[in-house]
Design a protein around this ligand. Sequence first.
Ligand SMILES: [Zn+2]
Ligand SMILES: [Zn+2]
Length: 273
Amino acid sequence: MNSVKIVAVHIADFSNYFHDLARFKGLDFFGFYFIELCKYFLSAILIWFLIYKVFWPFTKSRRIQNKDFLFSEIAREIFFSLSHLLIAVAILIYPIKKYYLHTAIYYSTSQHGYLWFCTSFFFLILLHESFFYWSHYLLHTDFMYRSIHFVHHKSKNPSPFSSYCLHPVESFLQIIWLLPVLILIPIHFYVLSAFLGAALLVAFGGHLGVELYPRSLTQSRWGKYLGSATYHNIHHITEAHNLGLYFRFWDFWMGTDLTYTGNLPISHEALSK
Ligand SMILES: [Zn+2]
Ligand SMILES: [Zn+2]
């Protein structure tokens, strides 16, 4: 029975399974880093292959900007993404996995009740959304933009490879917030895995270069509060709008939202009106 439970835990979190394997094999720091690199390259290449090769006859008309990606741009995006993952392993993944840094992560659903088990996922998403919006808001102040955030904005037409293309200081900021949360707040292992999966999806989802959501969703009463590839792509064009991540409610409240309802590819003239 115990072994069934162990297998179930490992199936629920592939990433954790490989981390455990890396620790077991004694791969240490670079083992963990290698796993993060695999996750990044596999996700970006798979998305690229599906959107720009396999389904291109269908996705072509959903292109957000009418521009080709430049090889030099993608090489720069990969370089800074590698630095971002190195920082993620150094300050969060390695200390927790290797040294069993004391966290409040728990494994038994009954330990903090089913209500917290279900709501803690939304709590993490909303916390991340708020932290992201306000840290992003600060990163757009003059000094922080010129010295830090410009790295992400050098990609005017972001590709899937730009998902983690951040200045090292911004990488530190966007990762370190999770450490005190995991130490202080009890989060079930499955909930944490689901949250990390959602964070990965939204990072790549904002940089697809094509819009996969139908208009009937993005212009619906509730769907208009969802972040989308077009929503984040507009942020790369205007820089002053659309600072959120999963949702756009902070943008609506703070007056930073810019909704585009025209046809794709985006018309820059229509955006500036
Ligand atoms: Zn971006
Ligand atoms: Zn920005």
